[in-house]
Design a protein around this ligand. Structure first.
Ligand SMILES: N[C@@H](CCC(=O)N[C@@H](CS)C(=O)NCC(=O)O)C(=O)O
Length: 209
């Protein structure tokens, strides 16, 4: 299979780019993993980026694509491993996983709107005691009901994996004071994490990053 020349531009962070990087890795599609500083982005890229934000994917040095989940769906369609399933029901299951994980990430990120530290702490305490356990339980039950037990990986699974390895553990739970392995209590989430983690291309990617 031949592919265009790809360059993925983001910060030196996982957050919105990592599921895309993993989708490339699982498919064996070569890409330039460009990691820019906030300063370089503001000075050189923000004006020309389609929506003034990263990640962006540059195709063959000319077409510039934006919006992380749109890019992920694209990469999930073009490779030999159909990470974005062709079956519409399987596709919407993957889409729902992505949206739910994004809702969790937004809830974590919303703590930043509070400049008053006492209010921020109260928000995070509620997150830890109520919001996160509820959201994670919903995710666990959804996976139990809808996600295939096979080795097949979807872009939705990549988001669940990213929730555990990226935002939630390194940033989110650190904020809320939760232990880093808080997802471990959720059997079905954990199974998805293990499925992705044990994929040879993902294991190889993690060993290098
Ligand atoms: N909906 C967009 C959101 C992108 C976004 O919020 N990007 C942030 C980094 S995670 C950004 O570029 N911030 C710098 C800025 O807005 O100037 C996506 O999913 O790609």
């Amino acid at each position: 299979m031949t592919f265009p020349k790809f360059k993925l531009t983001y910060w030196d962070a996982k957050i919105r780019a990592e599921p895309i990087r993993l989708a490339f890795a699982i498919n064996g599609i070569p890409f330039e993993d460009e990691r820019v500083s906030r300063e370089h982005f503001a000075a050189e890229l923000k004006q020309s980026a389609p929506f003034g934000q990263v990640p962006i994917l540059t195709v063959d040095d000319k077409l510039v694509l934006a919006q992380s989940t749109a890019i992920l769906r694209y990469v999930g369609k073009i490779g030999p491993v159909k990470l974005y399933p062709e079956d519409p029901i399987k596709a919407i299951i993957a889409d729902q996983l992505i949206s739910h994980v994004q809702d969790i990430e937004s809830a974590l990120g919303a703590a930043f709107v509070f400049t008053d530290l006492q209010q921020r702490d109260a928000y995070r305490a509620n997150l830890t005691a109520n919001v996160l356990p509820t959201r994670l339980k919903q995710l666990d039950e959804f996976i139990a009901q809808h996600v295939s037990q096979s080795d097949e990986i979807t872009i939705g699974d990549l988001y669940v994996y990213q929730l555990n390895t990226g935002f939630l553990t390194t940033t989110g739970f650190a904020f809320t004071g939760q232990p880093k392995n808080s997802v471990a209590g959720f059997e079905h989430i954990q199974k998805v994490v293990e499925k992705v983690k044990s994929h040879p291309a993902v294991a190889e990617w993690e060993a290098r990053h």
